[in-house]
Design a protein around this ligand. Structure first.
Ligand code: FAD
Length: 292
């Protein structure tokens, strides 16, 4: 491994963290999310991001969650935005609305094919053709907006090769992306090998590891299959036979995720993005172990 996700680093420095949430669908889920946000806020994350789903109502919920974070907390929100299934004008409108209310960070994505994962992606005829186009447009309209993009240490499932995938990341960086967050992975070597190839391709932006604390092994395995991420046998073994034992599962989950981030930190990684799944306990514990 040749470098870290940032430039110069010192072991003693407090790692920078960010948290990802999904917009709540019901009143009860909303209450839960706000409990989670309030619990995690004292950890002073660099930013908290809110995902953006397919369909108008989900998108509206992203906007209202972001707005509430801005209005009721001192956290810095980052709004996810995809360019699938929408015209350029609609997307520009969303970006402008975010800018108007004070959002200065967008996580810019292409999004999944409207037919579902595994089908062919078709850009809207009047839409942005790919994520690099979206990044370029956001930067052109609002140069003061920070733009984060995705990265795939095990390549995106639609990519023919990892090199082709890195070419797509390079196009997003050339369009103005400031940072990449990776798809989750469980084997740190995959991340470090990927980072070496990304750096060899001349990409210098931070490539922040996305960490998924495994609360529910079955669910995580399902996500991983859809995302093209490998679930190592050792991880399956650790959760074997714990289907009905939530208490032990939680302990195992905390140990596994803490081990992963500690090893990354030991090798100089200074930024971590947590896929919280709108739950606070594990992420809080892991951040604490990181010295936060
Ligand atoms: P890109 O990085 O633009 O492309 C992914 C792959 O598509 C490429 O590697 C390549 O195989 C192919 N491809 C793209 N453009 C070209 C091209 N010009 N030529 C050839 N091949 C090409 N999804 C949501 O719906 N909402 C979210 O909020 C959300 N947040 C995410 C956050 C992170 C950190 C990550 C890692 C993913 C997120 N996703 C989200 C999932 C993402 O939308 C899907 O993985 C989607 O299929 C790809 O979008 P992307 O921006 O990652 O694609």
């Amino acid at each position: 491994m040749s470098d870290t996700n940032t430039s110069a680093h010192t072991q003693a420095r407090r790692p920078a963290i960010s948290f990802e949430f999904f917009p709540p669908k019901t009143e009860e889920m909303e209450q839960n999310l706000w409990g989670v946000i309030n619990r995690l806020a004292p950890l002073s994350p660099d930013f908290v991001s809110v995902t953006y789903g397919a369909g108008g109502s989900t998108r509206e919920r992203t906007h209202s969650t972001i707005k509430r974070i801005l209005e009721e907390t001192s956290l810095t929100p980052a709004a996810h935005l995809t360019c699938d299934d929408a015209t350029r004008a609609d997307i520009d409108d969303v970006v402008d609305r975010y800018h108007e209310v004070g959002v200065r960070h967008i996580v810019a994505l292409r999004g999944d094919p409207s037919g579902g994962i595994g089908t062919t992606y078709r850009a809207h005829p009047n839409g942005y053709q790919n994520s690099a186009d979206l990044v370029a447009s956001i930067k052109r309209r609002h140069p003061d907006m920070e733009v984060t993009v995705s990265a795939y240490p095990e390549k995106h499932p639609e990519s023919t090769t990892l090199d082709a995938d890195i070419d797509v990341l390079k196009a997003k960086v050339d369009a103005g992306a400031d940072r990449a967050i990776t798809q989750f992975f469980f084997d740190n070597d995959l991340y470090f090998r990927y980072l070496d190839r990304v750096r060899a391709a001349g990409i210098t932006i931070p490539v922040v590891p996305g960490i998924l604390p495994v609360q529910n092994f079955k669910l995580a395995k399902n996500f991983a299959t859809r995302a093209g991420a490998t679930v190592p046998d050792w991880l399956a073994c650790k959760f074997e036979g714990l289907g009905e034992d939530a208490e032990t599962r939680k302990l195992v989950a905390a140990t596994v995720a803490a081990g992963q981030v500690q090893k990354l930190a030991k090798h100089g990684v200074e930024n971590f993005h947590f896929y919280t799944m709108n739950r606070a306990d594990l992420v809080f514990a892991i951040s604490h172990i990181l010295g936060i």
